[in-house]
Each structure stands twice: as C-alpha cells, then as structure tokens.
Design a protein. Sequence first.
Length: 239
Amino acid sequence: GEIGDGIQAVSSEEHLMCGSCHIPYSTSKLPFEMKLSKCSCCSEGMFVPSVILSTSELPEGVLTRGNGCLVQARVCNARRKVRGDENAFQVSKELPFLEYMLHRRFLNKLRIQGMNSAFGVRVQVTVGENMLTGVTTGTGVYLEALPPPHLVVIETKDTNSQLLPADVQGKINRIQERNRKKHHLHQAEDVVAMATGDHVTASASSTSASAASVANSAGVGGSAGMGMGVGEGPGPGPG
C-alpha cells in the first residue's frame, strides 16, 4: 500500500530482491534531475534510476541477470609544466573536467557491456609533472530492477558531413550484441526497451576522431572487456 508522498510499501521478500535499488525519496521532491523508471521487480510501482554507481559491494539477495564483468575507464590529459602556487591552481582547474570525462567514459563503457549498474567503484587520480591521469574501475552488473541500457547511436551535428565511417555504427551494434550474449543478458522484452537508443554526438571537425575513439574503446582493435557507449542523464559537471 501507499505510505505517503507517493512512496509505496512492498513485501519483505520483494524488498530483499530490489529494495536497495529504489530511490530513497518521493518522486515529487527529487533533489536533482534524474531519469526514473518503474521497478521491474516489485508490483507496487516503486521507482528506480536508469543506472546505479556504487562504491560498496553488491548487496546480498538483489536480483541480477547473467554474469558481471570488469569495467575500467581511463583519461590522460597533458598539462603545462609549472611549479609552486601556479601548479596547484592549474590542477584545481583541470580536476573537475577530468572527473567529468572519467564519469562519462565509465558510463559509456558500462553500457556497451550491456550493464545498468556498477559496484565496488574505485577512482584513482594521479598528478604528474606533464600529465594528469584518472582511472575508474568497477564491476559491471545487470540489475533486474533497473531498465536495460539503450543501444548506442552515432550522430554528427553536421548533416552534410560524410566524415563518419559508415561501418562504425554497425561495429558498435555488433559489439553491444556480442557482449550481451557473452554475459547472458538476453531477454525478449529488452529489444523494445533498447530500441530508442542513446546518442553520441560529434561536431564535424571532430567526427573522424570521435568515431575512431568510440570504435577503439568498444573493442574494435582494443582491449577485451572494454567498451564505449553513452551516459544517460546528467553526470558531475565541470563546475
């Protein structure tokens, strides 16, 4: 039954399977913008986010599908060689952008693997003399309570541009499909839910580079277990 402010009560058995996936506040009083869906497990209309990133381990009893996988995102930015206070000032300016890129890329790789959540997420940032690097690592998991991740769609802002290789989209689709089969994630009802697609948009000047980056990250000539898609919903901004 309903408890109040749109929050529903669920049975103890249902709560064990999906309770940790539900948003902890009323849908009418969200603290920030997010994309919500009805929980796929419980029958009481509770809401869940489109993706969960957690530094803790996967809770016991939560319903999952298929096999988990390692997901890792890396960002490496060159920086000017400076010293003293100027060095500290430069690092403080660059860190928010590095964190934003890491967050976005991690979501991308999570989705290309067919997963909708990650647990045990760890972030490591290293400040070098000439480089600023960041690595985010976690275990990708498909939670039954959350909606399936969308297919990735490559776009360009320039409608007249022919710079994007025609076969890149096909390669991305095949890699996503291959990963879903490899992790045993397939169910018939997911086909409709995935059809809308997430979009990677690139300007005309950077279309070729973006396409190559997506293809390499997704595993076309890249490392096994790595992939790239697109994050859904707002991530941490560059400030």
